[in-house]
Design a protein around this ligand. Structure first.
Ligand SMILES: [Zn+2]
Length: 235
């Protein structure tokens, strides 16, 4: 072991002593080789295994007749108050980018196992104002993690969020549809002509944001569109 590695690991242990790292999900102290979530929690998360049937699963059924999707992937099922929600909350609101990249890596591995090929990754954009407030876009962080595994470029310049939407929860499905129908627009869309696009979001619940996103991107000539999210609601 070199002197610099020894110093580095000594300082890491010292840091760990004063700032112990705990599992985001269950709160237990993490071992040195664990990042953000303990191995036990990671194992207990409810996997969907959609990568085994990416053309025929809960998400494709949810979006059927609303937008045209080739393949859909989700790592985990999501239910309010459960572990997966805790993890996503940490990525979205607590600045835990490390966890976002880690979950992106896991999602990337599951997509890789389905042996489908994509040309470009597009994270669902946040409105500029929201991104400035939060400091980052969680979908972009997840996309970075997917890119580390799949080696596909991440494009954040074409799809833009035009409207700063208010909270969706208290609206009817029709109002939500009206609300999201025109929230995205595109810039230099010809760059993506004839590409197979993989759209990334952190979670799918009603599917209305994803629907609006895909319907906007579908206006580009010759594109095929697939999607991947960390979690999808039990339906
Ligand atoms: Zn844990």
């Amino acid at each position: 072991m070199s002197i610099s590695t020894t110093i580095k690991s000594a300082s890491e242990s010292l840091f760990d002593l004063f700032y112990p790292q705990n599992c985001v999900s269950c709160g237990t102290h993490l071992f040195k080789n664990e990042i953000e979530v303990c191995r036990l929690c990671l194992k207990r998360l409810p996997r969907t295994h959609f990568e085994k049937r990416p053309h025929d699963n809960v998400i494709s059924a949810l979006l059927w007749g609303r937008c045209k999707v080739e393949y859909s992937y989700a790592l985990y099922y999501y239910r309010k108050g459960e572990r997966v929600q805790k993890l996503l909350h940490s990525v979205k609101y607590k600045g835990n980018k490390k966890l976002g990249v880690l979950l992106g890596n896991e999602l990337g591995k599951s997509i890789l196992s389905s042996e489908q090929i994509f040309d470009v990754i597009i994270p669902v954009p946040l409105h500029q104002l929201k991104q400035r407030q939060r400091g980052y876009n969680q979908s972009e962080v997840i996309a970075t993690g997917i890119n580390e595994i799949l080696n596909i470029p991440v494009n954040t310049s074409v799809l833009k969020r035009a409207v700063h939407t208010s909270t969706q929860t208290k609206k009817s499905r029709f109002e939500r549809w009206q609300n999201v129908e025109s929230i995205f627009n595109m810039n230099k869309a010809e760059e993506l002509r004839n590409k197979h696009i993989l759209v990334i979001d952190d979670v799918i619940t009603t599917g209305s944001t994803m629907e609006a996103c895909i319907n906007t991107l579908s206006k580009i000539d010759g594109v095929k569109i697939s999607l991947a999210t960390i979690a999808c609601a039990y339906l």
